[in-house]
Design a protein around this ligand. Structure first.
Ligand SMILES: *Cc1c(COP(=O)(O)O)cnc(C)c1O
Length: 564
């Protein structure tokens, strides 16, 4: 029988996240949040940080995306086999939902880093004989179902998660809540620190908030209030009757609705946003809270193509453990750099052909855009003026590769996929474009390594951080991006990449500015100044990867959030 025994005495921190991208074949993630959580776990192993991870099993994954001939997205369950990678633990806890027990059992996955240090990742599962049909599906569909299904999942993650940890014998001093989804864990802690009626001071809360705050750290990821989890108290009370004193909860989580971001802000002794701008926005949205900024980073070993990894390894054997040394990348030779790039690009060209039949030209630059297909990411910005785009391509040829899923209920996101497919057909013969279906971690690895230019066009200030441009930089792929999220901190114009809106110009002007940048700066440099392009590749590697890596991020979390 596998056990978590080996980890129990040396683990002091728990990290809870609705999704974690552990490896591409394990489909328990949807996008950026899960990829980040996976990079956190990988860096914790590298740095030997004593952390245990908790997430939902999500047996049916997020979804498999299919695109029909008209560009319409359809979704199919993305089942995966936990037993291929994980082992069920001999432990079970129950959480009462609607006054009946929902049983939860964890599966253990052990992530080992290259030098052998390991971290445990627990996947919570309710698909058990002990549960009725309705409860067995609660850990199947990531971000699926209605509001009630979502709240039940969050109860399982937060309340179920802390109970599983306790049942297994973990003795933890910090719970790190990755986004509001995990915030219900605080309710269990509140109950542990309930003040007996005879000791209460009139007018004060019935719980010892200071004790809870000491144990919780919270990372918020969403700069839009409407996108944050909020539930009606009627629903909450129906699912968790008499669980917590409602009056106190309303003081912590909002009077009208249960706002999980506010709950976590109120009960975490350490709060941070995922980039400096995002921390500022969060403080404007929630005045009165102290919000730190630990800007996201990505995991060097995961996101660097093998060819580049070998190149870096030959120069700096310890670069994965200490990506700061990549600051010396300015000394790399143009030829060795370009050879690595061509290897990664050839794999992308091969992948695009296998997926779509479209044959791209190795000699022309590839512009990549892959992210969640949703309004604020503005996937259509590049296509706003087709004639202009084609005119630019006739003078400075280029190709475009796109990918991304729209949430099944995001009709605007689905419509933008449909329009992109239509526009691709209209550009045929003028600009080669391909939309690759079913964007996931594996495809992201191919795209962020194989493109020449990585395009990022969010509507400011809605991109909390963004991470795919960081992955691109590990492979010498340059960014052309709106100044938002991480890019505000990373862009040195003409050195690490380019900004579409260097002066923070109005969003209506972004398409025109994008064309102007492509036409006068980016494409001429690619076609007529290869040495200048290589200099920028080195500028991006040196300046971006040495800072925007998850080793730096986790060292900061360790010293500032975990060792308070
Ligand atoms: C990195 C990544 C994301 C997040 O990218 P952003 O730039 O933050 O939009 C989403 N999905 C996958 C599969 C990724 O690898």
């Amino acid at each position: 029988m596998p056990s978590a025994e080996a980890f129990i005495s040396r683990t002091h921190i728990a990290y809870l996240s609705m999704e974690i991208a552990v490896r591409p074949e394990m489909r328990s993630y949807a996008g950026g949040l899960g990829i980040l959580a996976g990079d956190v776990a990988r860096s914790c192993a590298d740095l030997e940080l004593p952390v245990v991870f908790v997430t939902l099993l999500s047996r049916a994954g997020y979804f498999r995306q299919k695109i029909d001939a008209e560009g319409r997205q359809s979704e199919a369950p993305d089942w995966w086999q936990p037993e291929r990678w994980c082992a069920p633990l001999n432990a079970m806890v129950a959480v009462e939902i609607e006054r009946k027990p929902v049983w939860i059992r964890p599966w253990l996955y052990v992530h080992a880093c290259p030098h052998g240090h390991r971290v445990p990742i627990l996947f919570l599962d309710t698909d058990l004989d002990q549960n009725g049909e309705e409860d067995r599906v609660l850990t199947h569909y990531l971000y699926g179902g209605d509001e009630e299904y979502r709240l039940k999942q969050e109860i399982i993650l937060g309340v179920g998660g802390i109970r599983i940890l306790r049942a297994l014998g973990f003795d933890l001093h910090t719970y790190h809540l990755n986004e509001g989804h995990a915030a219900l864990l605080t309710l269990d802690l509140l109950n542990r620190w309930r003040i007996p009626p005879e000791e209460r001071i009139a007018g004060e809360l019935a719980y010892d908030i200071a004790e809870v705050r000491e144990r919780c750290a919270f990372t918020t990821h969403t700069p839009v209030e409407a996108a944050q989890d909020r539930f009606s108290y009627a629903l909450f009370e129906r699912l968790l009757p008499d669980f917590i004193e409602l009056e106190a909860l309303k003081k912590l989580a909002g009077e009208d609705r249960l706002n999980l971001t506010r709950l976590a802000l109120s009960l975490a002794g350490y709060v941070n946003g995922v980039a400096r701008r995002h921390a500022e926005i969060t403080k404007q949205m929630y005045p009165g809270y102290r919000v730190h900024a630990v800007t996201n980073g990505v995991h060097a070993g995961t996101w660097t193509h093998k060819a580049f990894a070998e190149l870096y390894g030959a120069h700096w054997p310890h670069w994965q453990h200490e990506p700061e040394v990549l600051v010396r990348a300015l000394h790399l030779g143009d030829d060795e750099l370009w050879r690595c790039h061509e290897k990664a690009k050839a794999e992308l060209v091969e992948g695009v052909k296998a997926s779509t039949g479209i044959v791209l030209d190795m000699g022309l630059p590839i512009i990549g855009f892959a992210r969640r297909m949703t309004g604020y990411k503005r996937p259509l910005l590049l296509f706003e003026d087709l004639d202009r785009l084609a005119a630019i391509a006739s003078r400075h040829p280029f190709q475009v590769v796109l990918a991304g899923k729209a949430h099944p209920r995001d009709s605007e996101g689905k419509e933008s996929i449909r329009r992109i497919c239509d526009l691709i057909a209209r550009l045929r013969g003028r600009v080669a474009c391909a939309f690759l279906p079913d964007y996931d971690m594996q495809m992201a690895m191919m795209l962020v390594a194989g493109c020449d230019l990585w395009l990022n066009t969010p509507l400011p200030p809605l991109e909390a951080s963004g991470t795919s441009g960081m992955k691109a930089a590990f492979n010498g792929v340059l960014s052309l991006s709106v100044r938002d999220g991480w890019w505000i901190e990373a862009c040195i114009e003409g050195v690490t990449g380019w900004s579409i809106d260097p002066e923070g110009e109005a969003p209506e002007r972004h398409a025109a500015l994008l064309y102007e940048r492509l036409e006068s700066a980016v494409l001429p440099r690619y076609h007529a100044d290869r040495a200048g392009w290589c200099r920028m590749m080195k500028g991006a590697i040196a300046n971006i990867t040495s800072h925007f890596n998850s080793q730096r991020m986790m060292r900061r979390y360790a010293s500032e959030a975990y060792l308070r």
